[in-house]
Design a protein around this ligand. Structure first.
Ligand SMILES: [Zn+2]
Length: 369
């Protein structure tokens, strides 16, 4: 098992917004793909990246993000699927030893993190976030030191949830561990200290709650109460989807732990990140968003546009460029023009052409270095 069961092929940068030293670098590796299946990994990767790009708040932070793909071929396809969790008993030889059923939970899909780190250190040591896509159609993922997800229906959604844990330190906002109907014990009421994670709390007091700045005075605190702590709360949302408050049932407990909105991607897939999670994502990525003077526009197929940037004072050493925001799109542009005015201000311009056959959204940016 392990590194003898395949080989590292190499690294390809698939989203490029500038030098790795100045950007938040997401690295995605393949697990359980045979060499002949790596083209499928490329498309699975592209599918995740386009979902991420369309997901708030990553859409507005995209210029701060680079994405790298590391192709790793395994001897066999898939992941281990122990019968102990009701799996098929599959036991393929794969590079990172991907396996379901960690801790006795079928959906807990893990890999050999040390082996992943060794590959990343050799290939892309500036990684901020490491993600492994596991070539299995069974539902699963985890978000510890490294995030994993499989190719079950909604795979990219699982990836976004797990990235929430790994990159931003989010807790699960759901109120069970094995499942609401699993008969599990020990999840009735949270009695521990205030959780360190930003998106769950034991404190529903309006005056001291950690996200109180986002709670309206009209919103009851707590916002919902679970009347029967022996089980998950069956009640629907009494407020609007975007209302921030303290909803009881979170952090693997039916009672005693609260979540910020009724729903969030960290509670159930196919929901937006809640306002608290979004705020943390923005704060984490802010250092990678240079103080650009910038604009965004869309340029139609075969069209040419000229864009200007102006500074009140000559910025000195400068960087001016155009970056397609539509994944996979390409644009052509001329060397930027520059004019220094008598009042000390400076004007830059750039002419952009879209020689492709579809419209392209792009950012036009400049920055004093
Ligand atoms: Zn959340």
């Amino acid at each position: 098992m392990g590194a003898g069961d395949g080989q590292v092929i190499g690294t390809t940068q698939i989203v490029d917004h500038g030098p790795a030293s100045r950007k938040w670098n997401l690295v995605i590796l393949s697990e359980g793909y045979r060499q002949a299946e790596l083209a499928k990994f490329h498309s699975d990767c592209a599918s995740f990246v386009s979902t991420m790009f369309a997901t708030p708040p990553y859409d507005e932070l995209w210029c701060g993000i680079n994405v790298y793909r590391i192709d790793v071929a395994s001897t066999d396809s898939g992941a281990k699927d122990p019968t102990a969790c009701g799996g098929t008993g599959a036991n393929p030889k794969t590079y990172f030893d991907g396996s379901f059923c960690n801790g006795g939970i079928q959906r807990a899909l893990e890999v050999n993190n040390l082996a992943v780190h060794m590959v990343v250190n050799a290939q892309m040591p500036q990684a901020h976030m490491i993600m492994v896509i596991v070539n299995s159609n069974e539902y699963g993922g985890t978000g510890g030191d490294i995030a994993t997800f499989s190719l079950a229906t909604g795979a990219s959604e699982i990836g976004l949830h797990e990235m929430g844990h790994t990159a931003f330190g989010f807790a699960d906002e759901y109120e069970y561990y094995a499942g609401c109907g699993s008969g599990e014990t020990g999840h009735d009421k949270y009695t521990g200290a205030e959780p360190a994670q930003p998106n769950v709390t034991a404190d529903s007091n309006r005056a001291t709650n950690k996200w109180r700045d986002l709670v309206s005075s009209a919103t009851p605190m707590p916002t919902t109460i679970n009347k029967d702590c022996s089980k998950c709360d069956p009640q629907g949302n009494p407020s609007s989807a975007e209302t921030v408050g303290a909803y009881e049932g979170a952090y693997y407990n039916h009672c005693g732990a609260y979540r910020p909105q009724f729903n969030c991607r960290m509670r159930a897939l196919n929901n937006p990140y809640c306002a608290i999670c979004q705020r943390v994502i923005r704060q984490t990525l802010a250092p990678y968003m240079a103080s650009w003077t910038w604009g965004t526009n869309t340029i139609g197929a075969g069209q040419t546009q000229r864009w200007w940037l102006s500074w009140g004072a000559y910025p000195g050493l400068e960087w001016v460029g155009v970056q397609p925001a539509t994944p996979g799109a390409e644009l052509d542009w001329d060397t930027p023009g520059m004019q220094q005015n008598a009042d000390g201000s400076a004007l830059y311009w750039i002419t952009v052409r879209n020689n492709g056959s579809t419209a392209v959204q792009f950012h036009f940016r400049g920055n004093a270095l």
